[in-house]
Structures are given as structure tokens and as C-alpha cells.
Design a protein around this ligand. Structure first.
Ligand code: IMP
Length: 427
């Protein structure tokens, strides 16, 4: 099993890369997160955004698995499947859903909003898709799993959990009108029975034993991990490598390549520390040139220079074996580009490794190294033939500092705008 992980705060471009890699794999599987994710793929001049369905869905010969570690919203999953069907993609034929996947109820979504409201200024900036409350119920051992839909007492158990949620909502002073949403939810739950349901941990292990190739597709990013992200401004799942094993039921010794994906700069949506954030015109230019608006919520993303301290931390946590650098074209618009190589802490100490204090202080100063910009890139970029020296220097520095080679460089949203470093690419 190879694993693709975001090394920043999400939105690194995982959708595009999985789509490019998908032909090399028999199975693509999602292992954590849920409808908070938005993986964007562009091909044939059309934009496709997937939230819960793995990005291999556009290739009929690829099996797509939603694993046990995911929390699924039936309403959104149905909408996603139907929207694919409208475009002529029969998602029901190559999608399998784990019976152990947890279900997001309408009251989970309402709780997400109520908890955020209660936090006031300290709010996390959640996508409000019900992710946190659904994982809370999973770990509190109250959750609902896809397999439960087949039980005769499903409705009774649903009512029980719903009424427990209502007590909390009332306590928090929230009184959302969920009637219409509940109706849609119950219809979507019926629809889910049309999806192939399976013990996917068995299916995946048997596929691996048969010699099939599996790609685990991460959602969000390492810096949003529940343990290693800038807590509490994180998501509620394990976005790092360990999450791939527990979220699919595949043992660690089955892990092969670990592909770490990062943007040539940084973005973040929602609240929380972001040492290299640019509040000036440069940040605005990054946002405009990079079209940095959330694919799930449409929110403008916070933008800043590449943070090597954070990148090295993510590489370490995940044991990354190959790096994929995305959106190099966005930096074409700058004469000079910067990389943060150290943090200056409030007491003046310089650190090059990620300190716990980053999640505590806003006043951490980035220390930058400046690089010459590479200007507009050729329409078709080849690693060996026309790679600008400045871009090569930028990548060489990252490789030297992380100890990991860059094997894919993306320089535009289309599948075709991808350069491969054949020296390191392991297929
Ligand atoms: P939640 O997981 O929706 O509760 O959001 C928690 C934090 O993670 C918020 O700051 C969100 O903006 C962020 N987040 C969640 N999912 C994504 C994603 O797919 N990309 C980027 N940020 C995300």
C-alpha cells in the first residue's frame, strides 16, 4: 500500500495527484475525514470536486473504497454519486463503502455549529460538516455505523442518539429546525443501501495478498492532525500515516511509498497559528493567482510563504519517501520568493524544529531565506529539458533540507500540467 498525504494544512492538491497516479493502482481508498474535504480535479477543461468519494472514481477500472476511518454524510454522499451519474460516471459500479464507517447525522451538524458558536472568539473555523461531533460519538462509543443501517432496530437507535444530541443542543441554547434535513437524511440512508457495502479491511487485505496495488488517499493535512497539528485548531482525525493503517485496517508493514504533497507556498483555512502568513499585498497576490478559496466552503484561504520548519516536521512524522510539489506556477508572478527556515520564539531563541509553543503563540517570527523567482513557466515543462535553474535551485534546497527527493512537480490545474522526475519516480 502506498500512501498519499498532505504535508501542510490541507488543500495541497491531493485530488489532482491521485487522479494522475490512479492508473498505477487497482484500488484507491479514503481512510479519514469526511465531507470537510474537497479534492479538486481538472481534466478536459472541466472542474470536478470530490468530498467523500476517492479520486480514482473517474477511472472505471479502479476500485474506490471509503474505509472505516471515515465519517460519512449520507446526504452529501448521495448528492456526490448523483452528480457523477449526471456526468455519465457510474459511481455505484466501482465504489465500496465500509460497514464500519461512521455516519454523520443532521444533529451532528447542528452540534458542530452550536459548539463553534459557544467558543466565540476561540472558534476553530470548522467547515461545520459535523466532523468533530461524529468522531466524538465514535470514540465515546455512541456512534452509528453504515452496517447499522441494515439492522431492524436502526430507527429506534437513531431516535435515541438524536434525543441525546437534542439535550446538548438545548443546553447550548441552540434550536435549529432540522425537520427538512432529517427527511432528506432518512431518504439518503435508504439510498446508501444501493452502494456496495463490505468489510473493506478484509477486501483490502485480500487485494494486497493478490498482488493488487492500493493507494491510500489522505484528506486534510498533517498540520491539521488531531495529535500533531496546531491543537485545538485541528480536525478530529489522524491525518498522518498511522491514520492510513487504522482507517483501513491495513498493517504498517504493508506500507510502501509515502508520497508527501505540499504547495510551493502555504495556505490555511480556518483559525489557528500560521507563522508565515502574509497579511499584505503579497498574500493577496498569492490568493488571487492561486485561486485560494475553499473548495468546500468557498472561504478565502490565508496565504503565506513556504514553511520549511513545518514541512520537515510533517516529513518526519510520516516517513515520507517522495515529495510532490504543487502550484509552482503561482510563484511565477514573483521576482523573489521566500522559504521560512527557522522560527524566532518570543524569548529570542531560534528553532529549526517544530516546537509545542507554535500552537500557543501568535508572535512567532519566521526567519526567511530568499530565492530568485523563475518567471512564467513554459506550457509544457520537462524535468530534463526546460526546467528553469531558479526553480531547480528552489527544489534542490527543499530536497537537501528534508532529505527527500521531489518526484512530481505540478505547474497548473490540468492533468497534463505535471512534470515527472524520472530519476526518483517509483512506479
Ligand atoms: P472540521 O474538520 O470541519 O471541524 O474543521 C477543523 C479545521 O480543519 C478548520 O480549520 C477547517 O478549516 C480545517 N479543515 C477541515 N477540512 C479541511 C480540508 O479538507 N482542507 C483544509 N482545511 C480543512
Amino acid at each position: 500500500m502506498d500512501v498519499l498525504l498532505g504535508l501542510q494544512w490541507g488543500d495541497e492538491g491531493k485530488g489532482k495527484v491521485v487522479d494522475v497516479l490512479a492508473p498505477n493502482y487497482d484500488v484507491v481508498a479514503r481512510f479519514q475525514g469526511g465531507p470537510n474535504a474537497g479534492h479538486t480535479l481538472v481534466f478536459d477543461d472541466k472542474k470536478h470536486v470530490l468530498h467523500q468519494i476517492p479520486s480514482g472514481i473517474f477511472r472505471p477500472e479502479t476500485l474506490n473504497v471509503i474505509g472505516n476511518g471515515v465519517v460519512i454524510c449520507p446526504i452529501k454522499l448521495r448528492a456526490e454519486i448523483e452528480s457523477l451519474q449526471e456526468r455519465g460516471i457510474d459511481a455505484l459500479s466501482n465504489l465500496v463503502l465500509s460497514k464500519r464507517t461512521q455516519i454523520i447525522l443532521p444533529t451532528h451538524r447542528a452540534l458542530d455549529a452550536a459548539y463553534e458558536n459557544a467558543k466565540g472568539q476561540a472558534k476553530i473555523g470548522s467547515t461545520l460538516k459535523g466532523i468533530g461531533p461524529a468522531y466524538q460519538d465514535k470514540y465515546g462509543r455512541n456512534g452509528f455505523r453504515v452496517g447499522d443501517l441494515l439492522r431492524k432496530d436502526f430507527k429506534e437507535r437513531y431516535e435515541q442518539l438524536k434525543s441525546a444530541h437534542w439535550k446538548i443542543l438545548e443546553f447550548l441554547g441552540a434550536s435549529p429546525d432540522l425537520e427538512a434535513e432529517e427527511k432528506t437524511f432518512l431518504e439518503a440512508v435508504e439510498f446508501l443501501k444501493k452502494v456496495q457495502l463490505a468489510d473493506t479491511e478484509i477486501l483490502l487485505n485480500e487485494a494486497l495478498a493478490d498482488g493488487q496495488r492500493l493507494l491510500a488517499e489522505g484528506a486534510q493535512g498533517s498540520l491539521l492532525d488531531i495529535d500533531f497539528g496546531s491543537y485545538p485548531f485541528v480536525t478530529s482525525s489522524s491525518t498522518c500515516i498511522a491514520g492510513a493503517c487504522s482507517g483501513l485496517g491495513v498493517p504498517p508493514r504493508r506500507v510502501g511509498e509515502v508520497f508527501g504533497i505540499f504547495k510551493a507556498y502555504c495556505t490555511r483555512v480556518g483559525s489557528g497559528p500560521f507563522p508565515t502568513e502574509l497579511h499584505d499585498n503579497t498574500g493577496e497576490l498569492l490568493r488571487q493567482h492561486g485561486h485560494e478559496f475553499g473548495s468546500t466552503t468557498g472561504r478565502p484561504r490565508r496565504c503565506g510563504w513556504l514553511d520549511l520548519v513545518a514541512l520537515k516536521y510533517a516529513v518526519m512524522l510520516n516517513g515520507v519517501t517522495q515529495l510532490f510539489m504543487m502550484k509552482a506556477d503561482v510563484l511565477s508572478h514573483f521576482d523573489a520568493v521566500q522559504i521560512c527556515i527557522a522560527y524566532k520564539l518570543p524569548d529570542g531563541t531560534l528553532v529549526q524544529t517544530m516546537p509545542y509553543e507554535v500552537s500557543q503563540h501568535d508572535d512567532i517570527q519566521p526567519v526567511y531565506k530568499t530565492f530568485k523567482g523563475w518567471g512564467l513557466l513554459p506550457e509544457s515543462l520537462s524535468w530534463k529539458q526546460n526546467m528553469p535553474d531558479e526553480l531547480e535551485d528552489y527544489m534542490a534546497f527543499i530536497t537537501a533540507e528534508t532529505g527527500v527527493p521531489i518526484s512530481i512537480l505540478s505547474y497548473g490545474p490540468d492533468r497534463s500540467q505535471t512534470a515527472f522526475n524520472q530519476n526518483v519516480l517509483c512506479k
